[in-house]
Write a protein that binds this ligand. Structure first.
Ligand SMILES: [Zn+2]
Length: 455
């Protein structure tokens, strides 16, 4: 029996912060109380430190399989472990896209051979997806399903693509509101979340333009696209009982549409990302293409609305939309630089900093651990420091600071949108199921599966 005892810290528990010790045995938390001892394992002195549940980042892009030069499960989970993220949940737009149980199972085997933290997998909803596809992906362990409302599907490349207005027989049209109406009852029956990339393709088509400048990017992806997609999907999901989850909410208009839907009882959760809470379009001059992403980082009014939504608890989840490319690709002229930026390594410190600024640092473990674990059906094993939960523990120094620097980043893309930002708090130790996870190299991540509640 291997034990881990974390002593003397301030522990964030489901009852709030407490001065207690945490004793884990064989990777599971056994006791959370003062004055614990062990003679069978490692003792960590956490005096003056915070002890937090490991983060569950429900929105990452491993690029694996498909684009190993951009990232793979080893580099992704290395970055995650360094940042206190002990579960990454990978989006299905790897190549081949995860649109069947067979692809999901091969991807799970690949991830298992490389992962240094635990991982979960989303399944893809295409326009041609059948109820059987969803049932089989659920049986294979999908944590939920994602529909990209504005993105086509290349039949030959098995790839989700943004290619608006292209008339090509190889492209299957994007999943649309009809697809959602057809499949939401099945997703509801399976008890899994239905996540959407909320941008309406007809609004995007109306604002299409060459993307030469950051202003072009903003104009091509207006907040109306987010609000329209969100409202329509919510209307479709409402009476099916499906749990609709909005990925990377980016705008005040989108937030208003979501609150309208929630006010009439729609089962809806919202996720936003640190980059939308910490940056505005004005930062482009300083940051450059590292902050080119979709949806875009908008103005101060949007940022403030999202911060307010988070403070009021309307937005419950903070994820990263970790989406690396190579530094060389991102260094191309703006027009050619691909969209996306890494973020998994800075999720926890940036959220602790934001939460402290809001006046309650303990909001951070709720945004990055408690709420996301609940979203994907892991509320009995992850997201809390309590007996019976996995011993995924993050020891944080509240007096130290972290400066985001390319040479410290473990993702393949080292220049992130948050490069050079300084955050209060520094991550000191990370434990995955009771063993140190932040020293690199150890491949012991396991796939997480939702504890399914059939409805
Ligand atoms: Zn994404």
């Amino acid at each position: 029996m291997t034990e881990l005892l974390v002593k003397g810290g301030t522990v964030y528990t489901p009852e709030g912060p407490r001065r207690v010790d945490v004793l884990a045995s064989d990777g599971v938390i056994m006791r959370v109380e003062p004055g614990l001892t062990t003679d069978a394992g490692e003792v960590v002195d956490a005096t003056g430190m915070y002890v937090l549940p490991g983060a569950v980042d429900v929105h990452v892009h491993s690029r694996d399989p498909g684009f190993p030069e951009k990232e793979d499960f080893a580099s992704l989970t290395d970055a995650a472990a360094a940042g206190g993220v002990t579960v990454v949940v990978d989006m299905p737009n790897t190549v081949p896209a995860v649109d069947s149980a067979g692809v999901l199972e091969s991807k799970a085997a690949l991830a298992h051979s490389k992962a240094r933290v635990d991982f979960g997998l989303w399944g893809l909803i295409r326009a041609s997806t059948t109820p059987e596809d969803l049932e089989e992906m659920s049986a294979a362990g999908a944590v939920g399903f994602k529909a990209y409302l504005a993105y086509s599907f290349s039949l030959s490349r098995k790839q989700v693509l943004y290619s608006p207005g292209v008339d090509d027989p190889d492209l299957e049209a994007p999943a649309d509101y009809g697809t959602l109406a057809r499949l939401a009852p099945v997703v509801a029956q399976l008890g899994l979340p239905l996540a959407i990339h909320a941008e309406d393709p007809t609004v995007l088509a109306a604002f299409r333009r060459p993307l030469l400048t950051y202003e072009d990017l903003l104009e091509s992806r207006p907040p109306e696209a987010e609000a329209v997609a969100l409202s329509a999907a919510a209307a479709v999901a409402r009476d099916t009982g499906a749990h609709l989850h909005i990925a990377h909410l980016s705008s005040a208009l989108g937030l208003r549409a979501a609150e309208d839907a929630m006010s009439i009882g729609t089962n809806l959760t919202l996720e936003t990302c640190p980059q939308f809470l910490l940056l505005t379009a004005d930062d482009f001059e300083r940051v450059g293409s590292a902050m080119k992403m979709l949806p875009p980082i908008r103005g101060a009014a949007d940022r403030d609305a999202l911060l307010d939504g988070l403070k009021r608890g309307v937005i419950s989840v903070v994820s990263t939309d970790h989406a690396p490319h190579t530094d060389e690709e991102k260094a191309q002229p703006f027009e050619h630089a691909p969209s996306g930026s890494p973020g998994v390594q800075t999720l926890y410190v940036s959220c602790l900093h934001l939460a402290k600024d809001m006046g309650d640092v303990w909001l951070a473990p709720r945004w990055v651990s408690e709420a996301p674990a609940r979203l994907i059906g892991l509320e009995q094993s992850k997201g809390a420091i309590a007996p019976g939960f996995d011993a995924d523990l993050v020891v944080v120094d509240p007096e130290a600071k972290t400066r985001v620097a390319a040479h410290e980043m473990r993702s393949r893309q080292t220049h992130s949108a948050l490069e050079d930002r300084e955050f209060d708090f520094a991550i000191k130790h990370v434990y995955l199921r009771g063993e140190a996870a932040d020293s690199g190299g150890k491949t012991r991540g396991r796939m997480v599966r939702p504890a399914l509640v059939m409805r």
